[in-house]
Ligand binder design. Structure first.
Ligand code: BEZ
Length: 238
């Protein structure tokens, strides 16, 4: 092949795929992914590099929310293309010296994978050469208790993530599974949920005749109320 035409082949897992498995060394010991997390949700996320400012704000924010994600039955696992000692030194510096939005002395208790060989980053399509060839983009994979990828979000190097949105995505995915519904734009627990489309002319008519337990503006646009406590009781661990 003409070298000008050579393309780097990277695997890009998709929503609905089984999460690619790997073994890794982390700041919390060795892990076997996703097997060690079977039965729970897990968010696998990458960041470009240790000792960089945007990543530092992200880690402080995620660390400040780690109990909240844990109560929602979700583990966090980070990754960058740095070695274990760099990870340890960076996390110690964050805890000892850095304050962000009122959070200080934050201890990062979730594992941070060393991926100096880029083996994991390549498996998960975290290296996107148009952005950078040696730094991972800010990827977020939501993986369900069966090890299936349910949501993928990518951000570029320059853009710090919104962690409230990541939490909202987790709760919405769990609510969709628990109640068999979909969630509309900007949904938050307690807001109306969307009921799937009518599957027949008869059920479309029943919906418009008010025979179903739902509010319909049109036969395809129906919703119902599930109160916040009902949602949270189901999706949060007791
Ligand atoms: C940062 O985390 O600050 C960062 C990392 C890579 C490129 C740009 C910013």
């Amino acid at each position: 092949m003409d070298t000008d035409q050579e393309q780097v082949v990277v695997s890009m897992p998709r929503i609905g795929d089984k999460a690619p498995d790997f073994k890794a060394v982390t700041t919390q010991g060795d892990i076997n992914f996703p097997g060690d997390y079977a039965g729970d949700w897990v968010i696998l996320f990458s960041h470009p590099a240790d000792f960089t400012p945007v990543c530092t704000t992200e880690f402080i924010t995620f660390a400040s929310m780690q109990d909240k994600f844990s109560e929602a039955g979700c583990s966090l696992v980070g990754l960058s293309i740095d070695g274990l000692y760099s990870h340890i030194a960076w996390l110690r510096t964050i805890q000892d010296k850095i304050e962000y939005r009122g959070h200080k002395n934050m201890e990062v208790k979730f594992p941070l994978i060393e991926d100096i060989t880029m083996e994991v980053a390549k498996k998960y399509g975290m290296i996107q050469p148009g952005e950078d060839t040696t730094k991972a983009v800010r990827a977020v994979f939501f993986i369900d208790p069966k090890g299936i990828i349910r949501t993928i979000i990518y951000y570029p190097l320059s853009l710090g993530r919104n962690f409230d949105e990541l939490y909202r995505v987790l709760i919405a995915l769990k609510a969709a599974d628990e109640f068999g519904v979909a969630t509309p734009a900007d949904w938050q627990p307690g807001d109306d949920v969307i009921i799937g489309p009518a599957g027949s002319c008869g059920s479309a008519k029943d919906r418009m005749d008010g025979k179903e337990d739902m509010k319909c503006q049109d036969w395809f646009f129906c919703s119902r109320k599930i109160d916040k406590d009902t949602i949270l009781k189901k999706v949060l661990k007791k």
